[in-house]
Design a protein around this ligand. Structure first.
Ligand code: PAF
Length: 283
Protein backbone atom coordinates (compact mmCIF):
# COMPACT_ATOMS: atom_id res chain seq x y z
CA UNK A 1 0.00 0.00 0.00
CA UNK A 2 1.20 3.50 -0.82
CA UNK A 3 0.40 6.58 1.27
CA UNK A 4 -0.07 9.57 -1.03
CA UNK A 5 -0.42 13.23 -0.02
CA UNK A 6 -1.06 15.02 -3.29
CA UNK A 7 -3.82 15.08 -5.87
CA UNK A 8 -1.27 14.79 -8.69
CA UNK A 9 0.14 11.55 -7.24
CA UNK A 10 -3.32 10.01 -6.84
CA UNK A 11 -4.31 10.96 -10.39
CA UNK A 12 -1.11 9.40 -11.78
CA UNK A 13 -1.67 6.07 -9.94
CA UNK A 14 -5.35 5.96 -10.94
CA UNK A 15 -4.52 6.71 -14.61
CA UNK A 16 -1.90 3.97 -14.60
CA UNK A 17 -4.30 1.41 -13.08
CA UNK A 18 -7.05 2.38 -15.52
CA UNK A 19 -4.73 1.99 -18.50
CA UNK A 20 -4.18 -1.58 -17.28
CA UNK A 21 -7.96 -2.13 -17.27
CA UNK A 22 -8.59 -1.86 -13.51
CA UNK A 23 -11.81 -0.43 -12.12
CA UNK A 24 -11.46 1.93 -9.16
CA UNK A 25 -13.24 1.81 -5.79
CA UNK A 26 -13.09 4.73 -3.35
CA UNK A 27 -13.75 4.59 0.40
CA UNK A 28 -13.96 8.16 1.76
CA UNK A 29 -13.12 8.30 5.48
CA UNK A 30 -12.00 10.60 8.27
CA UNK A 31 -9.82 7.87 9.77
CA UNK A 32 -9.99 6.32 13.28
CA UNK A 33 -10.82 3.05 11.57
CA UNK A 34 -13.12 0.45 13.11
CA UNK A 35 -14.81 -2.65 11.71
CA UNK A 36 -17.35 -0.46 9.91
CA UNK A 37 -14.61 1.18 7.84
CA UNK A 38 -12.90 -2.16 7.27
CA UNK A 39 -16.16 -3.64 5.94
CA UNK A 40 -16.28 -0.84 3.35
CA UNK A 41 -12.68 -1.56 2.35
CA UNK A 42 -13.49 -5.27 1.97
CA UNK A 43 -16.52 -4.52 -0.20
CA UNK A 44 -14.38 -2.25 -2.40
CA UNK A 45 -11.55 -4.83 -2.50
CA UNK A 46 -13.97 -7.55 -3.68
CA UNK A 47 -15.22 -5.39 -6.56
CA UNK A 48 -12.27 -3.36 -7.89
CA UNK A 49 -8.75 -3.70 -9.24
CA UNK A 50 -7.64 -0.51 -7.47
CA UNK A 51 -8.88 0.47 -4.01
CA UNK A 52 -8.31 4.03 -2.80
CA UNK A 53 -9.12 4.99 0.79
CA UNK A 54 -9.12 8.69 1.57
CA UNK A 55 -8.21 9.75 5.11
CA UNK A 56 -9.07 13.39 5.65
CA UNK A 57 -10.65 14.97 8.72
CA UNK A 58 -12.66 17.47 6.72
CA UNK A 59 -12.75 20.79 8.61
CA UNK A 60 -15.66 22.27 6.64
CA UNK A 61 -18.18 19.73 7.94
CA UNK A 62 -17.52 20.56 11.62
CA UNK A 63 -19.29 23.42 13.40
CA UNK A 64 -17.48 25.89 15.66
CA UNK A 65 -18.51 24.05 18.82
CA UNK A 66 -17.95 20.56 17.44
CA UNK A 67 -15.09 18.11 17.85
CA UNK A 68 -12.72 18.96 14.97
CA UNK A 69 -9.81 19.52 17.39
CA UNK A 70 -10.38 16.36 19.41
CA UNK A 71 -11.47 14.05 16.58
CA UNK A 72 -9.43 10.82 17.02
CA UNK A 73 -6.39 10.74 14.71
CA UNK A 74 -3.85 7.91 14.41
CA UNK A 75 -2.60 7.65 10.84
CA UNK A 76 -0.01 4.96 11.61
CA UNK A 77 -2.64 2.62 13.08
CA UNK A 78 -5.10 3.41 10.27
CA UNK A 79 -2.45 2.76 7.62
CA UNK A 80 -1.64 -0.65 9.13
CA UNK A 81 -5.34 -1.61 9.21
CA UNK A 82 -5.93 -0.46 5.63
CA UNK A 83 -2.86 -2.32 4.41
CA UNK A 84 -4.07 -5.51 6.10
CA UNK A 85 -7.32 -5.17 4.10
CA UNK A 86 -5.38 -5.05 0.84
CA UNK A 87 -6.00 -1.35 0.16
CA UNK A 88 -3.75 -0.05 -2.64
CA UNK A 89 -3.69 3.69 -1.90
CA UNK A 90 -4.23 5.63 1.30
CA UNK A 91 -4.79 9.23 0.21
CA UNK A 92 -4.03 11.36 3.29
CA UNK A 93 -3.75 14.98 2.12
CA UNK A 94 -2.99 18.08 4.18
CA UNK A 95 -5.93 20.52 4.47
CA UNK A 96 -4.21 22.98 2.06
CA UNK A 97 -4.13 20.31 -0.66
CA UNK A 98 -7.93 20.05 -0.49
CA UNK A 99 -8.72 23.67 0.38
CA UNK A 100 -5.97 25.85 -1.14
CA UNK A 101 -6.01 29.62 -0.59
CA UNK A 102 -8.87 31.16 -2.49
CA UNK A 103 -11.06 28.05 -2.41
CA UNK A 104 -14.56 29.46 -3.00
CA UNK A 105 -16.97 26.70 -4.07
CA UNK A 106 -19.59 24.95 -1.95
CA UNK A 107 -21.94 22.18 -3.00
CA UNK A 108 -25.29 22.69 -1.30
CA UNK A 109 -28.09 20.13 -1.53
CA UNK A 110 -31.61 21.42 -0.83
CA UNK A 111 -34.32 19.51 0.98
CA UNK A 112 -32.81 16.34 2.43
CA UNK A 113 -30.26 18.46 4.34
CA UNK A 114 -32.90 20.54 6.17
CA UNK A 115 -33.93 17.89 8.72
CA UNK A 116 -32.39 15.42 11.20
CA UNK A 117 -28.60 16.05 11.48
CA UNK A 118 -28.79 18.93 8.99
CA UNK A 119 -31.25 20.79 11.24
CA UNK A 120 -29.26 20.10 14.43
CA UNK A 121 -25.67 20.53 13.20
CA UNK A 122 -26.50 23.37 10.79
CA UNK A 123 -26.27 23.70 6.98
CA UNK A 124 -22.44 23.85 7.00
CA UNK A 125 -22.34 20.14 7.91
CA UNK A 126 -23.81 18.61 4.77
CA UNK A 127 -22.40 21.45 2.64
CA UNK A 128 -18.97 20.37 3.90
CA UNK A 129 -19.69 16.69 3.28
CA UNK A 130 -21.14 17.28 -0.22
CA UNK A 131 -18.25 19.55 -1.18
CA UNK A 132 -15.43 17.29 0.00
CA UNK A 133 -17.04 14.13 -1.43
CA UNK A 134 -17.54 15.86 -4.79
CA UNK A 135 -13.89 16.92 -4.72
CA UNK A 136 -12.80 13.35 -3.91
CA UNK A 137 -14.87 12.09 -6.84
CA UNK A 138 -13.11 14.66 -9.04
CA UNK A 139 -9.68 13.65 -7.76
CA UNK A 140 -10.04 9.85 -7.79
CA UNK A 141 -12.73 9.47 -10.51
CA UNK A 142 -13.88 6.17 -8.96
CA UNK A 143 -16.31 3.75 -10.59
CA UNK A 144 -17.94 3.25 -7.19
CA UNK A 145 -17.72 4.84 -3.74
CA UNK A 146 -18.52 3.04 -0.48
CA UNK A 147 -20.32 4.62 2.49
CA UNK A 148 -21.70 3.25 5.75
CA UNK A 149 -25.48 3.12 6.15
CA UNK A 150 -25.04 4.38 9.74
CA UNK A 151 -24.79 7.84 8.18
CA UNK A 152 -28.10 7.31 6.35
CA UNK A 153 -28.72 11.00 5.69
CA UNK A 154 -25.17 11.43 4.36
CA UNK A 155 -25.81 8.57 1.90
CA UNK A 156 -28.99 10.31 0.67
CA UNK A 157 -27.15 13.62 0.30
CA UNK A 158 -24.31 12.02 -1.69
CA UNK A 159 -26.78 10.12 -3.90
CA UNK A 160 -28.55 13.42 -4.63
CA UNK A 161 -25.27 15.14 -5.57
CA UNK A 162 -24.38 12.29 -7.91
CA UNK A 163 -27.81 12.32 -9.53
CA UNK A 164 -28.12 16.11 -9.85
CA UNK A 165 -24.56 16.66 -11.15
CA UNK A 166 -24.57 13.55 -13.39
CA UNK A 167 -21.41 12.19 -11.75
CA UNK A 168 -20.45 8.79 -13.19
CA UNK A 169 -19.99 7.03 -9.86
CA UNK A 170 -22.06 4.29 -8.25
CA UNK A 171 -22.85 4.89 -4.57
CA UNK A 172 -22.73 1.70 -2.50
CA UNK A 173 -24.23 1.84 1.01
CA UNK A 174 -22.89 -0.94 3.25
CA UNK A 175 -24.73 -2.36 6.29
CA UNK A 176 -24.16 -0.90 9.77
CA UNK A 177 -21.57 -2.87 11.74
CA UNK A 178 -22.43 -3.28 15.43
CA UNK A 179 -20.70 -4.14 18.69
CA UNK A 180 -21.90 -7.32 20.45
CA UNK A 181 -24.48 -5.32 22.47
CA UNK A 182 -25.80 -3.69 19.30
CA UNK A 183 -24.10 -0.29 19.55
CA UNK A 184 -23.36 0.94 16.02
CA UNK A 185 -19.61 1.22 15.48
CA UNK A 186 -18.43 4.82 15.27
CA UNK A 187 -15.14 6.62 15.66
CA UNK A 188 -16.91 8.77 18.26
CA UNK A 189 -17.54 5.72 20.51
CA UNK A 190 -13.97 6.39 21.69
CA UNK A 191 -15.36 9.38 23.65
CA UNK A 192 -17.57 7.12 25.82
CA UNK A 193 -16.51 6.28 29.37
CA UNK A 194 -17.58 2.89 30.76
CA UNK A 195 -20.94 4.08 32.15
CA UNK A 196 -21.83 6.02 28.99
CA UNK A 197 -20.74 3.08 26.86
CA UNK A 198 -23.28 0.84 28.66
CA UNK A 199 -26.08 3.42 28.26
CA UNK A 200 -25.23 3.94 24.60
CA UNK A 201 -26.50 0.45 23.71
CA UNK A 202 -30.03 1.81 24.40
CA UNK A 203 -29.98 3.56 20.99
CA UNK A 204 -30.01 0.23 19.18
CA UNK A 205 -32.56 -1.20 21.62
CA UNK A 206 -34.82 1.79 20.99
CA UNK A 207 -34.63 1.28 17.23
CA UNK A 208 -35.25 -2.44 17.74
CA UNK A 209 -38.40 -1.63 19.75
CA UNK A 210 -39.67 0.57 16.92
CA UNK A 211 -38.82 -2.13 14.42
CA UNK A 212 -40.59 -4.79 16.52
CA UNK A 213 -43.76 -2.66 16.63
CA UNK A 214 -43.54 -2.29 12.84
CA UNK A 215 -42.99 -6.04 12.43
CA UNK A 216 -46.06 -6.61 14.62
CA UNK A 217 -48.17 -4.65 12.12
CA UNK A 218 -48.01 -1.11 13.53
CA UNK A 219 -47.96 1.49 10.73
CA UNK A 220 -48.67 4.65 12.71
CA UNK A 221 -45.45 6.69 12.82
CA UNK A 222 -46.17 8.42 16.12
CA UNK A 223 -46.85 5.11 17.90
CA UNK A 224 -43.67 3.52 16.53
CA UNK A 225 -41.63 6.54 17.65
CA UNK A 226 -43.31 6.40 21.11
CA UNK A 227 -42.23 2.76 21.51
CA UNK A 228 -38.65 3.63 20.66
CA UNK A 229 -38.60 6.76 22.82
CA UNK A 230 -39.73 4.78 25.88
CA UNK A 231 -36.58 2.62 25.66
CA UNK A 232 -34.36 5.72 25.57
CA UNK A 233 -36.23 7.24 28.51
CA UNK A 234 -35.60 4.05 30.53
CA UNK A 235 -31.88 4.54 29.91
CA UNK A 236 -32.11 8.23 30.87
CA UNK A 237 -31.39 9.39 27.32
CA UNK A 238 -33.16 12.43 25.84
CA UNK A 239 -32.63 12.19 22.08
CA UNK A 240 -31.68 15.18 19.94
CA UNK A 241 -34.11 13.61 17.52
CA UNK A 242 -35.92 10.30 17.13
CA UNK A 243 -37.96 10.46 13.97
CA UNK A 244 -39.58 8.32 11.34
CA UNK A 245 -39.32 9.76 7.83
CA UNK A 246 -39.60 8.67 4.23
CA UNK A 247 -36.42 6.73 3.46
CA UNK A 248 -35.78 8.46 0.12
CA UNK A 249 -36.67 12.15 0.50
CA UNK A 250 -36.84 12.38 4.31
CA UNK A 251 -40.29 14.02 4.30
CA UNK A 252 -42.34 13.57 7.46
CA UNK A 253 -44.76 10.65 7.35
CA UNK A 254 -47.74 9.87 9.54
CA UNK A 255 -48.25 6.31 8.27
CA UNK A 256 -45.74 3.86 6.83
CA UNK A 257 -46.71 2.83 3.32
CA UNK A 258 -43.27 2.80 1.69
CA UNK A 259 -39.73 2.41 2.99
CA UNK A 260 -39.23 4.51 6.12
CA UNK A 261 -36.14 5.62 8.01
CA UNK A 262 -36.29 5.41 11.80
CA UNK A 263 -33.37 7.60 12.85
CA UNK A 264 -31.98 8.69 16.18
CA UNK A 265 -29.31 11.07 17.41
CA UNK A 266 -28.45 11.52 21.06
CA UNK A 267 -25.71 12.86 23.23
CA UNK A 268 -24.52 10.08 25.56
CA UNK A 269 -21.76 11.16 27.91
CA UNK A 270 -19.19 13.01 25.79
CA UNK A 271 -20.29 11.56 22.46
CA UNK A 272 -22.97 12.56 19.98
CA UNK A 273 -24.17 9.26 18.51
CA UNK A 274 -26.45 8.45 15.58
CA UNK A 275 -28.10 5.23 14.45
CA UNK A 276 -30.99 4.15 12.24
CA UNK A 277 -33.12 1.35 10.80
CA UNK A 278 -34.89 1.12 7.47
CA UNK A 279 -38.44 -0.18 7.95
CA UNK A 280 -39.40 -1.76 4.66
CA UNK A 281 -43.04 -0.86 4.11
CA UNK A 282 -42.85 -0.90 0.31
CA UNK A 283 -44.71 -3.47 -1.81
O1 PAF B 1 -18.48 9.74 6.86
C1 PAF B 1 -17.40 10.33 6.93
O2 PAF B 1 -16.43 9.86 7.49
C2 PAF B 1 -17.28 11.72 6.29
O3 PAF B 1 -18.46 12.44 6.42
C3 PAF B 1 -16.82 11.66 4.82
C4 PAF B 1 -17.85 10.96 3.94
C5 PAF B 1 -15.48 10.95 4.72
C6 PAF B 1 -16.65 13.09 4.28
O4 PAF B 1 -15.70 13.79 5.01
Amino acid sequence: MRILRTIAEVRAVVADARSGGASVGLVPTMGAFHEGHLSLMRAARDAHGLVVVSLFVNPTQFGQNEDLGSYPRDEERDAALAEAEGVDILFAPEPAEIYPDGFATTIHVEGVTDVLCGARRGPHHFDGVATVVTKLFGIVAPDAAYFGQKDAQQVLVVRRVVRDLNLPVEIVACPIVRESDGLAMSSRNAYLDAAARRRAAALNRALAAGEAAFAGGERDAARIVRNARAVLADAGIEPEYLELRDAVDLREIAQIDGDALLAVAARVGAARLIDNRILRGGA
